[in-house]
Write a protein of this length. Sequence first.
Length: 221
Amino acid sequence: MNDGTLEISFHSHTLVLHPEGAIWWPGERILILSDVHLGKSATFRAHGLPVPEGESEQDLERIKQLVEHFKAKQLLIAGDLLHSDTILDDDWLSELDSWFGQLPCRCLLVRGNHDPTAARLSALRHLEVTGEHSRGSLHFIHDPAHADHDSPTIAGHLHPLCRVGPKRGPKLRLPCFHLDGRLLVLPAFGTFTSGNPIAEPAATVFPIAEGRVLSACKPGS
């Protein structure tokens, strides 16, 4: 592919890492992403912090474009679709439900720690909500701390960053896909999200830079 993606093999499954911070699973036609944190800026503004608006609409448009690009049969969000329930009035939920209803695929949320309760999310009639999910031999959760180490698992939550650059000199902090044995962690998809540097020296990372997913390297290399 010439679109900045990188194809990897993850426990006998071919996965395509996309520079938008998503994974395309062609064998099952599933688009996977995590940590969108819709409404984070609105939450901050509700607490008096002057931050810009519009990132939620931009991120929803990015998701829509990826779904259409891959002709996905399913959109799977590995937690933290929403940042909090601060902005969850009935009108906002209705608009979000209509947006999911217009997508040409099944939509599934593996509920994360920032997401509201399942009862509150039930207003999103076009979005299925679960605590975890399995498809074939792959398992999907939000928090890697809850991974079953006997099963290949895809998760989010950590918002991984890696440091890339020369051994001597300044290094860039880049969002990355984080691979550690049977665990593959997605970068945060949301525009208005921070990140956390990967500390495990044995892990493998796939940095995202200038619209490309780069080849595997070690954190700090």
